[in-house]
Write a protein that binds this ligand. Structure first.
Ligand SMILES: O=CC(=O)O
Length: 325
């Protein structure tokens, strides 16, 4: 009989489940590629049935889930970097450990950020559409011109691992300046020649490219809004691979429509998924991808394994590598 029981809220890549099985765990899955509805999670987690919950960023893990699970539940391991979907206070009150999967999606998300940045600034969406719709004119000297990263000012909002990874990748393009804003100044910023801006406002007025790589917290929620957008250059491009909630989407839509900013590349939106009828979707200067920053086999296999390793570390009374709280 396996010693531990783990509830997994989705079908996930094999390395995590394989590791858990090797480490004396029996697994129960929400056997689907779609998210488990909250009511089903509360229902399925069953009192004192599970020692661990392996969840996704789409699962709202609140006190109701924890109470349904009962005191048997030792750890909630999210297969994600973000953990705003987990009620940390409720976990603390119940002495439940929370872990995430840092490091293993840094490269994939940083690569996605740079891809979006280039895609938007070089107006590739409009170019592709013109070909698809048979509107491609003969070569024209002033058609669909964008801006280069070379000699630009890049601003990184949130210089954690991913923000740093973005800076590292953009530095070889030869920007004029690299800036960052975060709650604290960090020493590794010098490796990417990034200067600290104590306030976001100080950074926004200067940047040609704003890369949003921060977490969603009460402090960052809707930090990009009509007021802050008004500080930006009308050619500036915003790329968001952090969390959709950092941007007020109504305000962004107005700014993009009025061309008071240049463009946006959004891998994360509010809400997710975004309806195809959302006003941002049809804008020529807005590229939206469906939260696929970490969609590489390397990242997803490692995220699965890391979440599993965190669970086993908690069982073994060791400090898990992705300990959040
Ligand atoms: O958004 C993705 C993650 O948090 O891992």
């Amino acid at each position: 009989m396996p010693k531990y029981k783990v509830y997994v809220t989705r079908r996930i890549p094999k390395p995590g489940p394989a590791f858990l099985k090797k480490n004396d765990c029996e697994l129960t899955f929400w056997d689907s590629d779609d998210a488990i509805p909250h009511a089903d999670l509360v229902n399925n987690i069953g009192e004192n049935k599970y020692d661990a919950l392996l969840c996704m960023l789409t699962d709202q893990v609140d006190a109701a889930v924890m109470d349904a699970a009962g005191p048997q539940l030792q750890v909630i391991a999210s297969m994600s970097v973000g953990y705003e979907h987990i009620d940390l206070d409720a976990c603390k009150e119940r002495n439940i450990k929370v872990t995430n999967t840092p490091n293993v999606s840094t490269d994939s998300v940083a690569e996605c950020t740079v891809s979006l940045l280039l895609f938007v600034t070089r107006r590739l969406k409009e170019g592709i559409q013109s070909v698809r719709e048979g509107r491609q004119p003969e070569w024209r000297p002033t058609w669909l011109c964008g801006y280069e990263v070379t000699n630009s000012v890049i601003g990184i909002f949130g210089l954690g691992r991913i923000g740093y990874g973005v800076g590292k990748r953009l530095l070889p393009f030869g920007p004029k300046k690299m800036l960052y804003h975060d709650v604290v100044q960090v020493s590794f910023a010098k490796d990417i020649e990034a200067e600290y801006c104590e306030t976001l406002d100080e950074m926004l007025g200067q940047v040609d490219f704003l890369c949003i790589c921060c977490n969603l917290t009460p402090q960052t929620r809707h930090k990009i809004n009509s007021k802050t957008l008004a500080r930006m250059k009308n050619t500036a491009v915003i790329v968001n691979t952090g969390r959709g909630g950092v941007i007020n989407h109504d305000d962004l839509c107005v700014a993009l429509k009025n061309n008071t900013i240049g463009g946006a590349g959004l891998d994360v939106t509010e809400p997710e998924p975004l309806s195809k009828d959302h006003p941002l979707v049809g804008l020529p200067n807005c590229v939206i991808t469906p939260h696929m920053g970490s969609n590489t086999w390397d990242s997803r296999d490692s995220m699965s394994l890391t979440a599993a390793q965190c669970i086993v570390s908690v069982f073994n009374k060791e400090k898990p590598m992705g300990l959040v709280a």
